[in-house]
Design a protein around this ligand. Structure first.
Ligand SMILES: [Zn+2]
Length: 219
């Protein structure tokens, strides 16, 4: 659930005033807040004395359950407390999960982020994949190759998209199947630059593999 808190704010002009700041954003419930975040409109206030408009650094919990992105976003000035904050985050989540019903529990872990810019970088990196993933899904039906679906949070941690093409290779392993899938995909659309980068990375790493815990299953 998204929520706001009334906070005491001090302007550079010395004026002190109260304003509501977002402390929690749930993208599934309030998708428009993701757009506001992207537009730089989250936690921006206007000083009633000098009319200066400015962004206020504040803790934010950002949750996009579809993309398995749960981020604890602290102001950049907290970066030297990373170790303690990571411990606190993990304890908080473990405690919160205990209180959830079985159908609300989730298996992915939260990430610690410093600053909204760092959060936006992660969101943009995810969004940049969407066009290529749509083409992958379209071509997999047209060309009848299978698609491996990955857990989004784990795929992100491994710098992979949430879907990968796969073509069985006689006597081959998963690496060979994914590479064959990528070659087929890129053979039909050479403009898929993100998939091309993944293919080049896999070619370079001969020991590359897809660990089973990443995989949800074939689509
Ligand atoms: Zn002011």
């Amino acid at each position: 659930m998204s929520s706001r808190n009334l906070e005491q704010i001090e302007c550079a002009c010395g004026e002190q005033f109260e304003a509501e700041l977002w402390t929690s954003i749930s993208v599934m419930e309030d998708p428009e807040l993701k757009e506001s975040l992207d537009a730089g409109e989250i936690n921006v206030v206007c000083c009633p004395a000098c009319s200066k408009i400015f962004y206020v650094e504040h803790f934010l919990l950002y949750h996009d359950s579809k993309n398995e992105l749960l981020a604890f976003v602290y102001p950049p000035s907290f970066v030297d407390q990373k170790k303690q904050l990571t411990q606190k985050m993990n304890t908080d989540i473990d405690n919160a999960l205990v209180g959830l019903d079985a159908d609300q529990k989730f298996s992915y872990r939260p990430i610690l982020v410093f600053g909204l810019d760092a959060l936006l970088e992660i969101i943009h990196a995810d969004d940049q994949w969407e066009d290529e993933l749509a083409i992958l899904e379209f071509l997999s039906e047209e060309l009848h190759f299978s698609v491996i679906s990955l857990h989004p949070a784990q795929a992100r941690r491994n710098d992979l998209p949430r879907l990968l093409p796969s073509v069985p290779v006689a006597g081959g392993n998963r690496r060979a199947s994914v590479l064959a899938g990528l070659e087929l995909l890129l053979g039909h659309n050479e403009l898929l630059s993100h998939f091309r980068a993944i293919r080049d990375r896999i070619i370079k790493h001969t020991d590359w593999t897809l660990s089973p815990e990443l995989i949800i299953g074939p689509l």
